[in-house]
Design a protein around this ligand. Structure first.
Ligand code: ADE
Length: 244
C-alpha cells in the first residue's frame, strides 16, 4: 500500500518504516535522533530501525568485508551477511524499495524525496569502502542513489540525508505543514529570503512590503524574489524538467 505525503490531497496516514543497514550504526544514530526526525519518531509518524551488519558477520571476528577479486585495493562488503539480513527483513514485511547509497546512483533530489515519502516500507543499504558485492546490487537493490558528485567514506551520511529529506515530508511531522510546500526546490525554484524581528537592525531594514499586511502583495514579492534568486544562483533549475 502507498503512503501519502503532505503534497498529496489524499491523506491516509501509514507509519513509514525505514530500515537502514550499516557497519557504522553510531554514525547514523545522532543525525536521526534530533530535531524534526526525532519528533517524527517520537510521535510514531516514522519508524526508523538501524541494523548493525556486523551482527551478521562471518566467524569469531564478525567479518563483513573482504578483498575484491581482481586485486584492486580496498575492501568490499561480502554478499552473505548482506543477503542474510535483507532476506530476514523481507520475511517480516514487503519493501517498496531497497535503496543502495553510492556515488554512481541517480542524483538525489526533492522530486525523489517526494516520491519516496509516499512509500510505506523502505530499506537503505549503506555503501562502504569500495562498495558491496555487485550481485547484491543486481539481485536485491531496486534503486541506487547518490547525494552528489563527490565520494564519501561510506554511505551512512547519504542515508541520513535521504532519511531526513523524506521524513520531514510525512504528514504531521512539520508543525506548520505548509512550510514544506514553500521549501526551496519544492516548486523547482529557490525559496525567497525570510526575515524576522526586529524590522530594523542598525539601519538594515526588512523590505517594506513584508510589513504591509497585504497577503497578495507579499505573495507577489516572494514569487518575484524566488524567480530572481533562481535565475541568478541556479539557472539550471529553470530548464530542469526531469529529476528536479
Ligand atoms: N557513498 C560514497 N559517496 C557517496 C555519494 N556521493 N552519495 C551516496 N553514497 C555515497
Amino acid at each position: 500500500m502507498k503512503n501519502s505525503n503532505i503534497l498529496n490531497n489524499d491523506y491516509f496516514c501509514i507509519i513509514m518504516r525505514i530500515d537502514i543497514i550499516t557497519v557504522l550504526p553510531a554514525l547514523l544514530e545522532s543525525p536521526l535522533s534530533h530535531s524534526i526526525v526525532k519528533r517524527a519518531r517520537e510521535r510514531s509518524l516514522a519508524e526508523i530501525v538501524i541494523h548493525d551488519l556486523r551482527r551478521y558477520g562471518k566467524g569469531k571476528y564478525r567479518q563483513v568485508d573482504d578483498y575484491s577479486f581482481g586485486g584492486d585495493a580496498g575492501m568490499v562488503l561480502m554478499i552473505e551477511p548482506v543477503y542474510r539480513l535483507i532476506e530476514e527483513l523481507k520475511k517480516e514485511r514487503p519493501y517498496n524499495e531497497i535503496i543502495y547509497t553510492s556515488p554512481d546512483g541517480i542524483p538525489f533530489s526533492q522530486k525523489e524525496a517526494n516520491r519516496i515519502s509516499c512509500l510505506e516500507n523502505i530499506m537503505i543499504l549503506c555503501g562502504h569502502y569500495k562498495g558491496v558485492d555487485q550481485r547484491i546490487r543486481e539481485h536485491l537493490v531496486t534503486r541506487e542513489i547518490s547525494i552528489g558528485d563527490y565520494v564519501l567514506s561510506g554511505g551512512e551520511l547519504a542515508a541520513a540525508i535521504i532519511t531526513d529529506a523524506v521524513v520531514r515530508l510525512l504528514p504531521g511531522v512539520l508543525t506548520d505543514e505548509t512550510s514544506a510546500l514553500t521549501d526551496s526546490f519544492q516548486d523547482g525554484m529557490l525559496a525567497p529570503p525570510v526575515y524576522t524581528r526586529p524590522a530594523d537592525f542598525r539601519g538594515w531594514k526588512v523590505p517594506g512590503v513584508l510589513l504591509s499586511g497585504d497577503p497578495a502583495k507579499i505573495r507577489e514579492w516572494q514569487e518575484e524574489k524566488s524567480l530572481s534568486r533562481t535565475k541568478q544562483l541556479r539557472p539550471d533549475l529553470l530548464h530542469n524538467t526531469g529529476n528536479g
